[in-house]
Write a protein that binds this ligand. Structure first.
Ligand SMILES: NC(=O)c1ccc[n+]([C@@H]2O[C@H](COP(=O)([O-])OP(=O)(O)OC[C@H]3O[C@@H](n4cnc5c(N)ncnc54)[C@H](O)[C@@H]3O)[C@@H](O)[C@H]2O)c1
Ligand SMILES: NC(=O)c1ccc[n+]([C@@H]2O[C@H](COP(=O)([O-])OP(=O)(O)OC[C@H]3O[C@@H](n4cnc5c(N)ncnc54)[C@H](O)[C@@H]3O)[C@@H](O)[C@H]2O)c1
Lengths: 205, 205
């Protein structure tokens, strides 16, 4: 498969995962073409070329597409990630079983507070001065950032300088992606706000 | 304003908030019409009727639209919510300053473990047997659910029976909305998976 097609397939999957989490069950090529800013006929061509079928009139089933894209893209084994900041939120994420379902494993944590450093635990928590050697030796690409606001920008910069290519940022500071590092900002308050709209819209209907 | 228009405006805002968290800066009426399953001309008519302007050729600015929709829908004061399960994740959410920016306030927590119950704290944490009276007396509409998997379904059912109309569920159990209660399932593993797609797509381009 040529690069551009692989890239589009991975983008289709990304959007489908997002839409699945928004409750979408069916989708049309126009939806994907809009979300990716490409033509609907290219979407249909890609799907035909890779055997992704749908009932044209009824669209495509989101779950079926994701499963097929998983096969095509070869959901390559387990993805190892690290977490920086192992306080309340960090520890809740370290213990979360949901990562296993998506073949993601937190392999190590890092925390500035000596009381939280447990290098011999099943998921070791190291001091931040181990970050650089650990990221380079273990070829870690993605980190979750759950440090307090005041140390978040500095920690992000350090991670990028060590070669990290993706950061899931929870600190209440909007961080921008750079050329070599993709930053996603999570704000759970927006999830609650979204919920209020459902609740309010339901009440007024 | 008639009901249907208010409902659509609130849905536009909901989608826009979601798209903003995905990084969208600009949007076209076709995107909104697709997401809501309505015609693009109805979107444009709604916007014209409520004075939401955009440069037709360049689309609409997402942040501007959200601010205007906030005014139109009268972002009614502070929304009070409760949180059930005040362990690691629950306490991280109780202390999170990001809720203030969205005018959301966690006013009370509930936890089955007597050691976590602090009824005299600034944000009191009560025993679960206080849930019913608290929800009814304080007219609470939305709850965050951060209990372990094994007690999640039962707790959800209790919340619904007490009249809760929206639940943000973190337990690793996919919960369905009912007629009177809207459930949103959060899975942070999907956010990490999404990040890997960006990172992988970037590397292969
Ligand atoms: N985005 C969201 O929806 C959301 C929700 C809850 C909390 N948060 C944010 O997540 C962050 C963590 O929240 P929390 O409740 O777990 O806080 P916490 O204080 O319990 O944990 C923070 C941890 O980071 C460690 N730390 C501080 N500086 C560090 C550094 N330079 N390197 C490594 N570790 C460092 C501390 O020792 C502590 O253990 C905060 O920024 C908070 O605002 C975001
Ligand atoms: N969706 C996600 O991305 C995500 C991420 C992390 C954790 N989680 C989930 O969030 C939940 C909480 O995780 P945690 O790390 O905070 O666990 P935790 O064990 O630290 O906290 C759970 C709390 O719930 C309380 N509890 C148990 N049964 C209860 C009941 N019936 N009513 C009220 N309180 C009750 C416990 O006393 C405890 O304090 C778990 O289900 C976990 O799987 C989800």
């Amino acid at each position: 498969m040529e690069y551009e097609l692989i890239k589009r397939l991975s983008q289709y999957k990304k959007i489908l995962i997002k839409l699945r989490s928004m409750g979408f069950v069916k989708i049309f090529s126009d939806n994907l073409s809009d979300a990716l800013g490409i033509s609907a006929s290219l979407v249909r061509k890609d799907f035909a070329a890779t055997g992704l079928t749908g009932k044209r009139r009824g669209g495509y089933q989101v779950n079926e597409l994701i499963a097929k894209l998983n096969d095509l893209l070869g959901k390559n084994g387990e993805q190892h990630i690290i977490i920086v900041g192992c306080g309340k939120l960090g520890s809740a994420l370290i213990n979360y079983k949901g990562f296993e379902n998506e073949q993601i494993r937190i392999v190590a944590g890092f925390d500035a507070n000596p009381e939280r450093q447990t290098p011999d635990a099943p998921i070791p928590i190291f001091a931040p001065d181990r970050l650089e050697s650990y990221i380079r030796e273990q070829r870690i690409q993605v980190a979750i950032l759950t440090v307090p606001e005041e140390s978040s920008l500095q920690t992000m910069e350090r991670l990028q300088s060590y070669g990290i290519r993706g950061i899931l940022n929870f600190a209440p500071v909007l961080m921008r992606s750079s050329e070599h590092c993709n930053v996603e900002n999570v704000n759970l308050a927006l999830e609650v706000e979204k919920l209020f709209y459902f609740v309010n819209a339901q009440q007024s209907s």
